[in-house]
Write a protein that binds this ligand. Sequence first.
Ligand SMILES: Cc1cc2nc3c(=O)[nH]c(=O)nc-3n(C[C@H](O)[C@H](O)[C@H](O)COP(=O)(O)OP(=O)(O)OC[C@H]3O[C@@H](n4cnc5c(N)ncnc54)[C@H](O)[C@@H]3O)c2cc1C
Length: 462
Amino acid sequence: MESSVEHLPSSLPVDNPTTPFWRTELHELDEHRSSPELPHKSDIVIIGAGHAGVSIAYHLLKSDKDAEGEPKSSITILEARQVCSGATGRNGGHLRPDLYGRIPKYMKRHGVEAAAEVGNFEVAHIQAFNKLISEENIDCDLVITRSMNVYLNADEANQARETYESLAAQGLSFTDDIQYTSGKLAEAASGIKDAKACLSCTAGSLWPYKLVTSLLTKVLETGAVNLQTLTPVTSVTSEAPDSHRVHTPRGSIRTKKVVYATNAYTFGLLPEYRESIVPCRGICCHIALPEGQEPPSVSYTYILGTEDRNGSSYLISRPDRTIIVGGAQKSFKGFRNQWYNVVDDSTLIEPARSYYDGYMQRTFRGWDTTDAHVKEIWTGIMGYSYDSLPHVSDIPGRPGQYICGGFDGHGMPIIFLAARGLAQMIRMGKKFEEVNLPRLYKSTAERLRAAQNGKEGGDILA
Ligand SMILES: Cc1cc2nc3c(=O)[nH]c(=O)nc-3n(C[C@H](O)[C@H](O)[C@H](O)COP(=O)(O)OP(=O)(O)OC[C@H]3O[C@@H](n4cnc5c(N)ncnc54)[C@H](O)[C@@H]3O)c2cc1C
């Protein structure tokens, strides 16, 4: 069985991306190569050194301890650009379970039990990060707080209440943590001008680049992992379920197992995912005050709707009191060529360029008289999913190959524990059903077919 997949020219990350705030302090591993040449062979090859690729390597090494008696695996990570230069290094730093948007949608489509698995899995990330950071002594500015979903439109505020009540009526454990506030109290509780209602739950914020580079440091210290940055994978060929060759412009590596942690760029190596995981460009920025001005404190993280219900923004406040905010769909959603099926993060989304000028003054109580301004602005490429769900499992029809991607612009409360489940499958030969992953994450031939044969864009363009 010899199969070959040639990469499509436009499927690789571009080599001159915009610079996000998170990458203004680069780590010594940023362009690291563990050896001058690629290893000739490796038990496992992971493609992509973002949150997913590095977390999988971390958990593979952890599960080495559980696979006692078996020889340790050699692992190679191949990264097209620098470490954490994809979506993870350009995101909003928001670690927030999405309980009111996605879970009701999954409930309607797949039933309460399957949706609850996803809700519990996302919620579990708050404690998982807390534990990881203290166990591994990682400094990544993790702050655990509450996230406010703020509704400025009265109808939307009512719908939020109905959603909350119907979730609570199911008796799901995570709904105990959700608080609904409306009327005059909403503005006071959230600090947002003209808020009609807000829903809050426990969430966090962090510096994703610092998290990933710290984890990578731990992983490389074991000596079991070879990292090769600036090494794009152009194709993967397979001769047998445990024999694959991963090709790059610097040569190829023979391996038993291939893991695609390529998120938005997956379609270039796995064309059957072209409709399932679509690269979509997003925009994000860093807002600061001139030196000497003290910003009013912002204690929560936010999802902020608009009065006309046209998109939302995600926002976190950093420990230094500067702000990271992104979204701005309202300004560009109608210009499909600016964001849909776009892998170019070297330019901004033009209609969104000035969306966040004056945003804090317009939106937050107490910021009117400040000189808060956009300090850095950048774009990043998300892997939007046709059915809003990630793909985390073995790949249908490609034995010995695995995928962890399609996070739909929402990877932070999914990836770390998804990587743990996938690592157990890869390292210990467990089945998907044995590793405690939400059943809806499985990448199946049916899901791929539904995206190939369904309405263009599915949930992404709905
Ligand atoms: C602007 C923006 C804001 C976001 N905000 C949030 C947020 O606040 N909260 C949240 O939960 N999520 C957010 N997300 C989504 C989140 O960042 C992603 O879900 C997550 O980072 C995906 O991690 P990943 O490792 O799968 O992908 P990535 O970080 O994109 O990593 C994939 C890596 O694979 C490499 N690669 C691709 N193709 C190849 C190849 N052929 N050969 C070698 N290497 C290759 C890429 O260079 C990249 O480094 C945001 C995303 C963006 C873009």
